[in-house]
Structures are given as C-alpha cells and as structure tokens.
Design a protein around this ligand. Structure first.
Ligand code: FAD
Ligand code: EPU
Length: 353
C-alpha cells in the first residue's frame, strides 16, 4: 500500500478514509495500515453503515484508543472506530444513579465525571487508558474492582441480528479479563454503556500499597476521590506512560491454575505471589514469573520488557508488531519451560499468521 490516505466519504455521521495509518491509533506505537478506516460520530449512523456492501465483504475490526491491541501486521479490511461522545445521568435513584456514557468517551473522563457528581464505584479504575466502549470487552479491572460490577446495560450493534441490542450484566458474562464480547470479537460494536453507580459504598483499600499511599497523602478518612488520587499515584509510578514509551499495559494475563499446581510451585518458590481465584483455583503473578526468567528490562532492538514492570512489553522506538510478538513468544516459552505455566496474552493480537 502507498503511504497516502484518501478521504473517500464525508458524511455527517461518519468519515471513511482509504489506506489509513494506524500508527497514532495504538499505544504500542506500532506502524500498521488499514484498507478502510471509519470514524463514527453519530450512533444512528451504524445501521446505515452496516447496510453498505463493503461492510459485509471485508473483515471488520472495531478499534477504540488502541491501548489493548497489537498490530502484528496491517489490517486487511475495515477498521471502525466509535467517536461518539456524551455522558449523562439517565435516572437518579436516590442512593445512586444510572449513568450512560457513549462509546467514544475516554474511560478516565467517565471516572472523573462520576466522581465529580458524588457517585462512587469507579475510583479504583482511575487512569485506565482507552474508551468507554471498550471497557466491557475485557471487563477492565484494577485494584480490586472490575467494571462488570457496575454495568447495568451494554448497548451494541449486533452484526448477527443486524440491529442495535441491549445486553444486561448477565448476558455480558463477565470474567477476569473476559466477557461475551471478547469471545465473539466479530459480532458486536458497542455504542454505549450504562452504569449503576452508588453514592456511597465501602471503599476498597485492600490492594497492596493503597493504605501506604493514602497515609503519604495525609488522608485518614478517605473519600472516593482521595482513593482515586492514591491509585493514580501508584499507577503513575508503576507503569510506563504510553505517551513516552509505547506499551499496552499488562501484556499477559495473570495465569489462573489449580490450587494443587499453585501449591506445588509455592513449595519450590515460597515468594511467588498467588491469590485465591474462585473454586479450587489460584491466580499467579505473571510479572514475577517473567522477572524470575530474567526477562525484565530485556531489549531486542526496539522491542523490550519494561524495566519498571515485567508484565509490560515496550516499544523503545520503531519496533514492529512482528518483533514485539516474537519477544512475547520467547517469554511464553521461557516461562513455560521454567515453571510449566503457559501465559496468555491480554491484548488482542491482529495481523499475525
Ligand atoms: P482497544 O485497544 O482499541 O481495543 C481493545 C479490544 O476491544 C479490541 O478487541 C477491540 O476490537 C475491542 N473494542 C474496542 N472498542 C470496541 C467497541 N466500541 N465495540 C466492540 N469492540 C470494541 N486494562 C485493565 O483492565 N486494567 C488496567 O489496569 C489497565 N491498565 C493499563 C495501563 C496502560 C498503561 C495501558 C496502555 C493499558 C492498560 N489496560 C488496562 C488495557 C486497556 O487500557 C484496556 O483494555 C482498555 O479497555 C482498552 O480500551 P481501548 O479503547 O484502547 O480499546
Ligand atoms: N511483580 C514482580 N515484578 C514486576 C512487577 C510486579 O514480581 O516487575 C509482582 C509484584 O511484586 C506483585 C505482583 O507481581 O506481587 C503483582 O503486581 P502488580 O500489583 O503490579 O499487579 P499485576 O498483577 O502485575 C494487575 C493487572 C493490572 C492492574 C493491576 C492492579 C493483569 C494482567 N494486570 O497487574 O492491569 O492495573 O493488577 O490491579 O491482571 C492491564 O490489564 O493492562 C493492567 C495494567
């Protein structure tokens, strides 16, 4: 493909560009191109768009802010991005409220917006990059909270049904970094999320480091806003900033293994962090496994493992998606050989054979 993008359709509800660069649209800062890139500004345009023959013919990838995706190559089809905006209270329920966010809102703006209106719940999810519309895909989670707890409804264009549908929390089938949407990646285009947020709830300050951070802030009776500030500080210290060095946050999920496997590993490695993860299973710290294999801070060309956090792959400059994927594969092999645990990538990997 040549390097020149061409706008082929300017519609009040969307723009279609041919041969578009995705370099500025993924936080790993990998060079990749799409045959067609569609930015949707009005949700009602979705139904009209899906009536176009090209949308039935070409492979479709829905892209948010690109903070959880690795382009291992170009996308041989359509990339569709929801740029719809708006956050509103749909219903005041006294002790809480139903908040709707359109898919194109930045997730962290939803967090700040709700906290500023005296609504709690999202404080632990502060500073997670990405768009509101992507938040249900892997059921974003951090510091002891997952978005699935608050989702009342996800509104989406269902490509199987050919119309906008509304899914309740049970239909979303949320799990650890998992949902019904993640398991059917070609089916839904999420157009909005609706969150039931309480005015008050017991704050979740149990995650390692939070109490110390609140103390350092001089706060002894924290509000949700204090907790958000403490977590924002921890995150800023722990994770590389994608604006400075390309990354997609945790590149691997923390592996969930049977309690027997976890106990056997911990007999040999008593300092391996592990947490109960439901019936007879435990979650292991992937970062620890990777660090123990000697990968932390490793660099191969411009592809590397962060020296700040072993779970984060980084692009020091011009690493290609294929180079990052090759490094990820090396890590998976190394950890499997040493510990017998198979790591699974967290970001969606596209364009790889
Ligand atoms: P993208 O990366 O663009 O897309 C991710 C997936 O969602 C793709 O499969 C895509 O097809 C799909 N998708 C996106 N939008 C839609 C839509 N509207 N409809 C249907 N499918 C869609 N994640 C956590 O859970 N917890 C964290 O603490 C966390 N920390 C991070 C820290 C850093 C520094 C970075 C870079 C990432 C972090 N992440 C974290 C991962 C990432 O921020 C989240 O997964 C986020 O929800 C991705 O949003 P996005 O808009 O960038 O989605
Ligand atoms: N650790 C190491 N080496 C490191 C970094 C961490 O051994 O280089 C150990 C720590 O000592 C700690 C354990 O690993 O005992 C866990 O580390 P941390 O608290 O940083 O959390 P994590 O398990 O690595 C997960 C999520 C993050 C989320 C944080 C906070 C996954 C895959 N990642 O990271 O989410 O922000 O917890 O809740 O579940 C993301 O999904 O992109 C992401 C950043």
């Amino acid at each position: 493909m040549s390097d020149r993008p061409t706008a082929i359709v300017e519609h009040p509800g969307y723009t279609i560009v041919e041969n578009a660069s995705l370099l500025g649209r993924n936080t790993l800062q990998v060079a990749a191109r799409a045959e067609l890139l569609i930015d949707v500004r009005k949700p009602e345009a979705l139904t009209e768009l899906f009536a176009l023959p090209a949308l039935g013919r070409l492979p479709l990838l829905v892209l948010g802010a690109g903070s959880n995706i690795l382009f291992a190559g170009d996308w041989p089809g359509i990339v569709l991005s929801m740029a719809t905006r708006g956050i509103a209270i749909l219903e005041d329920r006294g002790d809480g409220a139903l908040v709707r966010a359109e898919a194109g809102e930045a997730w962290n703006d939803v967090v700040s917006w709700s906290l500023a209106r005296g609504l709690a719940g999202l404080e632990n999810l502060v500073l997670i990059p990405g768009l509101a519309g992507a938040s249900p895909i892997q059921n974003i989670g951090a510091y002891g909270t997952e978005i699935g707890e608050f989702i009342e409804t996800v509104e989406a264009y269902d490509r199987h049904a050919g119309r906008i549908v509304r899914l309740d929390r049970a239909q979303c089938a949320f799990g650890y970094r998992d949902s019904a949407f993640k398991r059917a990646p070609d089916r839904y285009v999420i157009s909005a999320i609706e969150l039931a947020l309480p005015r008050e709830r017991p704050l979740r300050t149990g995650y390692a480091g939070i109490a110390e951070e609140l103390a350092a802030l001089g706060v002894d009776t924290p509000t949700p806003a204090h907790l958000a500030e403490a977590i924002a500080r921890i995150r800023t210290r722990k994770l590389p900033n994608p604006a400075l060095v390309g990354n997609a946050g945790s590149f691997f999920k923390n592996p969930v293994v049977t309690t027997a496997v976890a106990e056997a590993l911990r007999r040999e490695h008593p300092d391996l962090p592990a947490w109960p993860a439901g019936e007879d299973t435990m979650k292991l710290a992937a970062a620890w496994l990777i660090e123990r294999c000697g990968f932390k801070g490793l660099r191969e060309g411009d592809a590397g493992v962060s020296a700040e956090h072993a779970l984060v792959l980084v692009n020091h400059g011009r690493a290609s998606g294929a180079e990052l994927l090759a490094l990820a594969r090396r890590i998976v092999e190394g950890v499997a050989q040493r510990f017998g645990v198979v790591l699974e990538p967290e970001p969606r990997i596209v364009g790889a054979s």
